[in-house]
Design a protein around this ligand. Sequence first.
Ligand SMILES: NC(=O)c1ccc[n+]([C@@H]2O[C@H](COP(=O)([O-])OP(=O)(O)OC[C@H]3O[C@@H](n4cnc5c(N)ncnc54)[C@H](O)[C@@H]3O)[C@@H](O)[C@H]2O)c1
Length: 429
Amino acid sequence: MRLSVIGTGYVGLVTAACFADMGHEVVGADRDAERIRLLEAGRSPIYEPGLDDLIARGTRAGRLRFATETADAVRDSDIVFITVGTPSRAAGDADVTDVATVADAIASALPDYRLIVEKSTVPVRTGERIREQIQLLTQGAVPFDVACNPEFTREGSAIHDFMHPDRIVLGVSNERSERLLRELYAPFDCPVLVTDLATAELIKHASNAFLATKISFINAVAAICERVGADVRQVADGMGYDRRIGRAFLDAGVGYGGSCFPKDVAAFIQIAREAGYEFRLLEEVARVNEGQREALIRQLREALWVLGGRTITVLGLSFKPNTDDVRESPAITIIERLRREGAVVRACDPVAEANARRVLPDVAYCPDPYEAARGSDALVLLTEWEEFRALDLARLRGLMRRPVLVDGRNALDPRAARAAGFRYAGVGR
Ligand SMILES: NC(=O)c1ccc[n+]([C@@H]2O[C@H](COP(=O)([O-])OP(=O)(O)OC[C@H]3O[C@@H](n4cnc5c(N)ncnc54)[C@H](O)[C@@H]3O)[C@@H](O)[C@H]2O)c1
């Protein structure tokens, strides 16, 4: 099929590259000309394992190309995916300006029938709004449909997730849209759930809000564990064997971050409010999450007495391993906080340094974790990269001024850390 993907960020690029790899003809469009220049030169603007190869293969095969004009992409496709960002506004609701801009651009470029599919995470009824606005602009001159196909991939394993989804959700308003999307997704071996548009839009927000709730739930349990001397990891294991609960997303730590959970939880609270329901459960989920960062600062202060003038080494900047995405990363908030307290911060991350530099230009970055730890008063692990789990703790300890280790992800073995001479603090253990 001929497809276009408007917005070549984390979701759009993976969508474009994976569909091209499956044999479709795909155009990826983005208003960011520098991004398109990089892509045309065969380079990925983001770090996502396996994405470079997929882009190169698609481009070489002539099935994947890039454009700066939405009109250009819409002309050459049967299905148009919208994958632009929907960031939080100050009140927490989703800013859908980019989605609206793309809808306008699509309207003015429609040559004949197109199926327009929102893949961005959008407030319920956005599909309806897109349809209304395109209808207003085109005055019925060109047929089109709007559908919703929410994306559930995780950064860091997005290509695998895209190719092997747990389910595919198709929010459609008629049979023609359903037929086209079923044809596109026919090779996938997973349940396909066909719903109306509003239901599909809600499935995405409800899913992310539920996952965030699991994380905040276990973090609340961790707070109790700390007070009574229990181990939250074992509590989570004991809960997780219950198939009704499952072990995933029950890792206590410094809290969730990234470009999705914080904004989607905030947006869902607003969506509920507009619908006349106060989603207090989710408000508490967000509050618990914020509290985790504060708890870590308290642990550091407890170990170091004061933070001003102390040198603190932060291991991990991305919001989770295997991505360079630092949006809403707990590491960024914690570093900002430490610096406000007068601490000297040194930081290390295998791939996220360049993105972190844009938001925190004045931090001392060291590519080598041992160099980063040299002479510091405390080590704080904030992203559980595999290479950090494998660190030689005794060697690290030997390089530091004070043997303080705060493990914000429960990624290290407390016994090994203590045996290496560290004063170790994890979360809920
Ligand atoms: N990041 C994820 O893992 C993930 C997973 C599932 C769903 N989502 C959702 O998908 C959407 C996109 O997320 P993302 O992380 O890929 O965002 P992103 O910020 O990485 O990418 C968005 C891209 O859209 C481009 N863009 C914005 N306005 C445009 C316009 N008018 N015309 C053309 N291009 C335009 C931007 O330049 C940018 O490159 C969001 O709604 C997000 O919530 C993200």
